[in-house]
Design a binder for this molecule. Structure first.
Ligand SMILES: Cc1ncc(COP(=O)(O)O)c(C=O)c1O
Length: 402
């Protein structure tokens, strides 16, 4: 459910001096979302997912805000190494890498600081071999994390629901990989991660689709119960022969469920800070939109249409219409069904379009979180009625990782 934050007039006053297009983060809304996520996570620390923020200045503010925001979940190895260089600690790379050059650099970091170097994700022997291939004979071990598939296998395994990620699904498979890691002196088992995208990343109240909502809620309930049991069994089985200090799970959409599992030591979240549009439709929580972008109106093809410059910032994923950006303020604007959000222009209809003229600005929200930062160099940070800072995005720092 969407809780609205600012009004159009308020944003216009605050950004009076800023030329559109521009992007911003409303820190008041972001801290309200942050507080709500800490509550939902129970007593578990939250590892901050950098892919959903993509701005060093914002990441640093969050990590400084509360000691329960502990550590960063990074998304590529070059990014991880860069963040480490910039002073970030407790880094967990959540996706496997085949970048042997970057693995070589990681190996050097691991020599310099074996217990503090970033942890990298593995889900097969090939990942272990890639790491070993860059290590010299006497090198310090590289710390690794096993990615456990969190998918739900229904109808006796004939239907598999969840992101297609790790091949490691059963207790036996997880134990076999953990034993393989234990056998190899150049890798050290430091963590287990299992991300339940079918729960955390799927809103269970899709607008206008009541029956689909019922089906999603049923699937999520059953999947969560199955995963809690399997995750606990995997952790217990591995701990019989290895230490497993970190067990990470969950995301913005599942904090209360994953956080309640005893086997989980920490949860992950990123999107919930910015609260992009895809997170408007969950029954378990509501967030305040905290990130947006402004576009200038540059033409009026008809009295009821106001056309904005640019705006075609589609989100990655399945390609359904929910991946389009959403007109936000003034409330009531609608995308054109033929044109959607375009490369160079976005025509907007709906009642408020009549009152918009050339030079006015409209405010939009991205469907996902961090991808907004791939379109803008700077995030203007606002607090109360003021712009309090302007910080470079990853792109603004010349860092394009994905
Ligand atoms: C491994 C992993 N953990 C956690 C998350 C949750 O991130 P967010 O809170 O941004 O939805 C994701 C999102 O895809 C993920 O891939």
């Amino acid at each position: 459910m969407l809780v609205s934050g600012r009004s159009h007039a308020q944003l216009e006053q605050i950004f009076d001096e800023v030329e559109a297009p521009f992007a911003f983060v409303d820190l008041d809304a972001m801290w309200s979302n942050a507080g709500a996520m800490l509550k939902r996570a129970g007593d578990k620390p939250i590892r901050v997912a950098s892919k959903s923020l993509r701005c060093r200045g914002v990441l640093e503010r969050i990590l400084d805000r509360d000691e329960r925001f502990a550590g960063t979940m990074a998304f590529t190895l070059p990014e991880t190494l860069w963040l480490a260089e910039e002073g970030f600690e407790n880094l967990l790379l959540a996706y496997p890498t085949a970048d042997t050059g970057a693995l070589g650099e990681l190996a050097l970091r691991s020599v310099a600081n074996p217990a503090g170097a970033p942890i990298v994700m593995v889900d097969c022997v090939e990942h272990l071999e890639a790491i070993e291939s860059v290590l010299g004979a006497g090198a310090a071990p590289v710390r690794v994390c096993i990615d456990l598939d969190a998918g739900w296998w229904a109808v006796g395994g004939r239907v598999k629901i969840g992101p297609k990620r790790s091949p490691v699904h059963t207790v036996e498979q997880a134990v076999a990989l953990a034993r393989e890691i234990e056998r190899r002196p150049q890798v050290e088992l430091a963590a287990l991660m299992s991300y339940e995208g079918q729960i955390a990343g799927v809103g269970d109240r899709p607008p206008g689709r009541r029956l689909r909502g019922v089906a999603i809620r049923t699937m999520q309930r059953r999947s969560a119960a199955e995963l809690a049991e399997r995750r606990a069994a995997v952790v217990a089985a591995i701990r019989e022969f290895a230490e497993l200090p970190i067990v990470n799970g969950g995301g913005t959409g599942s904090l209360e469920l994953t956080g309640a599992e005893d086997a989980v030591t920490e949860v992950a979240a990123g999107s919930g800070f910015y609260a992009p549009a895809l997170f408007d439709h969950y029954s378990r929580f509501s967030l305040t939109p905290a990130a947006g972008f402004a576009l200038p109106i540059v033409r009026k093809p008809a009295p009821g249409i106001a056309t904005a410059l640019g705006g075609g910032y589609l989100a990655s994923g399945s390609g359904d219409p929910a991946r389009l950006p959403s007109p936000w303020l003034p409330a009531g604007l609608e995308l054109d069904p033929e044109e959607g959000a375009g490369e160079v222009q976005t025509p907007l209809g709906g009642a408020p379009a009549h009152g918009l003229g050339v030079g006015d600005r409209v405010y939009m929200r991205h469907a996902k979180a961090g991808e907004l930062c791939e379109r803008f160099d700077t995030l203007h940070l606002l607090e109360g009625d003021e712009i309090v800072d302007a910080v470079p995005t990853y792109r603004g720092e010349g860092r394009t990782f994905l």
